[in-house]
Design a protein around this ligand. Sequence first.
Ligand code: 5AD
Ligand code: SF4
Length: 455
Amino acid sequence: MKKVFVKSYGCQMNAYDAERMADALAPEGFGETTAMDEADLIILNTCHIREKAAEKVYSELGRVRALKRERERDGRATTVVVAGCVAQAEGQEIIRRAPVVDVVVGPQSYHRLPELLHRAEARRGVVNTEFPVEDKFGHLPAASPAKTRSRGVSAFLTVQEGCDKFCTFCVVPYTRGAEASRLVVRIVEEAKRLADAGVREITLIGQNVNAYHGEGPDGTTWSLGRLLHRLAEIPGLARLRYTTSHPRDMDDALIAAHRDLPALMPYLHLPVQAGSDRILAAMNRRHTADTYRRIIDKVRAACPDIALSSDFIVGFPGETDADFLDTMSLIEDVRFASAFSFKYSPRPGTPAAELEDQVPEETKAERLARLQKRLEAHRQAFNRGTVGRTVDVLLEKPGRHPGQLAGKSPYLQAVHLQAEGLSVGDVVPVRITGAGTNSLSGEIERMTAPASAAA
Ligand code: 5AD
Ligand code: SF4
């Protein structure tokens, strides 16, 4: 059997795509390997969101080149594919910079991988960065139940791709293209297949997931809120999540779903990026700091214990100390349970990269450190706040010690516990006894009725 090694960078969408690429290659006789030096086919599924992420692919390709040579000396051929958003953004340029690459394929055409690989046998340097009209997901073979289950009890499911928001710092509208939603029937089919294979939790993913507006079986357009209601009916599925959302698309139906659907976990990742209205306008975010605060108030009114998470960019062109302090005060008001924060990175082809008043690197670094210190304090405070409470934990994998399992709380915190007699996939009530830096510890709350696998 031939072997394929897929390395994925960046977001969850890429992680999902990496699995779909492996699925597309299974009927071609490829089995997956986690050892790059065993692989006949190496796929780097790349990320273009910030410069650092994009440059990683070229250093990795240096290592791939050495490996390919070594394997050649042993008489073994290696095919090298660059997929994902760097592939989309740079196309042919990748082969010019790294001639070791055989195929460059964008995120919208990887369902054509088998055909592209055949073409690469005849001619080196095949590039496909089209945005084909057909639904790529409709052209991908499904993974077997055993394969699906081996990937874990928590799975991603893409419901929406692309973005029409055009935030001025962001490459996504260019690399992933226009916003498009999958049909409800296709999503329900895929979710049922996952549940039948033993998956207990599904995270719906999309670059702008709450902009979802797919056609329902009744011919009308469904919102994400309605889709979540439908998915919550699928037997076996205990938990639903979704990411990443835009404040503008946080509609009442979705907020109500957080109140009404027990399967929808009390967790919301809602990037705000900055707390200054001037900067938000320059970013073309189409919301102010106060509209963001009001959305958070509404969400908390619907679901008081919800854990909030966000993304931040510091040092966007023109950001002054006063602007930065507005971001600092927003985080004190909201108190996020977790967050991702980045220094602004100018991306070729985006409007903000052309702005004149770029912020010096030292200022960015200093602001990022200050922001992260407070965000981390809030995260730790949130984690400490769960100590003493009993929360449901989805058991996901073996823990650090014998007899231990590790799982996730509703708030996406990692929890370790002694779990004799329990299995991966069970959802159990756990009393949280301690909070470490990156995970919680807890004990099974023994109740009179058996609690395992309660959906
Ligand atoms: N520079 C820094 N961070 C960025 N992000 C997107 N584009 C850039 C950029 N040019 C961040 C945003 C987004 C997250 C996925 O990455 O915070 O929400
Ligand atoms: Fe990028 Fe803005 Fe679209 Fe998010 S909403 S993917 S940050 S353009």
